[in-house]
Design a protein around this ligand. Structure first.
Ligand code: ZN
Length: 163
């Protein structure tokens, strides 16, 4: 049986997810470069303009992570462009730092490439998600708290814009 499927994009919600997801990249980049290549173990974006990211960071004090506030906002202020491109999957796999998640590798496209998202001057990683065109499109943000989740994991929660 044939039928018509009607799809609708909730633009407000999509814009918010772009903003939160792009800032998650920025935080991920800061953690990765400051703390010796620490990998992501989880992430969640929320409708209340917060997001949280978990990192495998056994040897780091929580206030070192809380102190990334200023750097996060500095990257927003610098208005760095966000660009996407495609790379051969095997090539990408052999470049340190492009696959940033500890447990989940990105899926190759039908043509064996993988999408690379670059925040120019800051970071480059494989990602299929949706992003802002530049960092200043995001609102000023604040790290609300850092929790220990098990021995290895640190969970960083960020408020984007005013609470
Ligand atoms: Zn992304």
């Amino acid at each position: 049986m044939d039928g018509i499927v009607r799809l609708e994009v909730d633009q407000v919600s999509r814009d918010l997810m772009c903003e939160l997801h792009t800032l998650a990249h920025v935080l991920n980049a800061l953690v990765y470069t400051r703390f010796g290549g620490a990998l992501l173990t989880g992430a969640q974006l929320s409708a209340d303009s917060t997001f949280r990211v978990d990192f495998d960071l056994p040897g780091v004090e929580n206030n070192q992570l809380r102190a990334l506030d200023d750097d996060l906002n500095e990257v927003i202020r610098q208005d760095l462009p966000v660009r996407t491109s495609y790379m051969q999957y095997d090539e990408a796999r052999n470049i340190a730092g492009l696959f940033r998640s500890k447990s989940v590798a990105p899926t190759p496209s039908w043509d064996d490439t993988v999408r690379i998202v670059e925040i120019v001057g800051l970071d480059r990683q494989a990602c299929g998600g949706t992003h802002l065109v530049s960092t200043e499109r995001a609102r000023t943000s604040r790290i609300l708290k850092v929790d220990n989740k098990g021995r290895q994991n640190r969970r960083v929660k960020v408020q984007v814009g005013e609470a």
